[in-house]
Write a protein that binds this ligand. Structure first.
Ligand code: FNR
Length: 331
């Protein structure tokens, strides 16, 4: 892990209520996937190319993945994250503690809206309108959560509800059918994705695809892109590390839509590995929360800054370009 990220993590742990720290840090089950997401990067290495005569002009291929309840990390909550994001795409969680319109107003770069489809289609519809009216540039539908993940830390801590004064603000006053804490899970199908696409002109991404056959279906159903993600090890503890799931999805999709790899990205080298293995960009979850808890907007800004700096350095070392033939197993 980049040492600045490690420092921010330590500071976050020190300042956060331990129950909230566990909510952010924890994973599902025995937390095998949580650990493996990071470990997977250590199982791969890059063979740099030399004498390519190329400079380093790459974009910063990082998005802020959606994470819930930023006001648990810092009183400014999602407003601080949005201000710090600058040009980085912020995927704002449906479960944010600031309404999406305020997140977009505070942001200086593009904001995408992460959506859990709701059992009552009127609620989904109202959320989509809110995201559109706020000025979000894409919808990211999270599909790996047919039921809530069982987080042992939260169960042991009896963390079931937000402290008073905080709420999932996007759920407020939804046509009188939902309360602020009424995000629900249910079984959805590809027809629901079709229906969503037909209801909006915004590009629709899917988040939480691991099986290559689902990636192919997603392309067939017209999605704009896919997050290859296991929800940061928070949904099912028998899945592969996100990075290990990536190659089969890359092969199946064959470049037809962009792929975001999220889970365990903690350094510029990790970003480079994911790109060399076929991701178009990566998403980061917990490091943003550590920056936010440690130092608000400045902390998130620092997280993005060190990753940008480290990625550019690694890319320059690799000859300015990353490709699959450069990836080898670390013995
Ligand atoms: C998440 N994640 C998540 N995903 C999503 O689609 N909607 C959400 O509301 C949340 N909330 C959330 C809360 C917390 C505390 C965490 C840690 C994660 C998953 C998130 O978008 C992303 O997939 C992972 O966090 C990526 O893994 P890393 O970078 O945290 O290892």
């Amino acid at each position: 892990m980049n040492p600045v990220l490690a420092e921010l993590h330590d500071k976050a742990r020190a300042v956060l209520d331990p129950v909230h720290y566990d909510f952010f840090a924890g994973g599902v089950g025995d937390e095998i996937v949580l650990a493996d997401n990071e470990a997977a990067f250590r199982r791969h290495a890059l063979l740099p190319r030399v004498l390519r005569g190329k400079g380093n002009s790459a974009e910063f291929p990082v998005l802020i993945s959606p994470t819930a309840f930023h006001k648990l990390a810092h009183p400014d909550g999602e407003l601080a994250t949005a201000r710090a994001a600058e040009g980085t795409v912020l995927v704002s969680s449906m479960a944010s503690t600031v309404p999406i319109a305020d997140v977009v107003a505070a942001a200086t770069g593009p904001v995408w809206f992460q959506l859990y489809l709701q059992p009552d289609p009127r609620v989904t519809e109202a959320l989509v309108r809110r995201a559109e009216q706020a000025g979000c540039e894409a919808l990211v539908v999270t599909v790996d959560s047919p039921v809530f993940g069982r987080h042992r830390r939260d169960i042991a801590n009896e963390f079931h509800d937000l402290p008073s004064g905080l709420a999932a603000e996007n759920m407020r006053d939804l046509a009188g059918v939902a309360g602020p804490r009424d995000i629900e899970m249910a079984a959805f199908s590809w027809q629901d994705v079709d229906r969503l696409r037909a209801s909006t002109s915004l590009p629709v991404w899917l988040k939480g695809v691991l099986h290559p056959a689902d990636a192919v279906l997603a392309v067939g159903h017209g999605v704009a892109g896919i997050f290859v993600s296991n929800h940061g090890g928070r949904q099912l503890d028998v899945v592969p590390a996100a990075l290990d799931a990536l190659p089969a999805v890359v092969k199946a999709v064959g470049g037809r839509v962009p792929l975001v790899l999220d889970g365990g990205v903690r350094s510029g080298g990790d970003i480079a590995l994911a790109l060399a293995m076929g991701a178009s960009s990566v998403g980061i979850g917990r490091p943003v929360l550590w920056g936010l808890a440690a130092d608000g907007e400045a902390g998130v800004h620092r997280v993005l800054g060190v990753l940008r700096d480290e990625f550019e350095h690694v890319l320059a070392m690799c000859g300015g370009e990353l490709s699959h033939d450069m990836v080898v197993a670390r013995c």
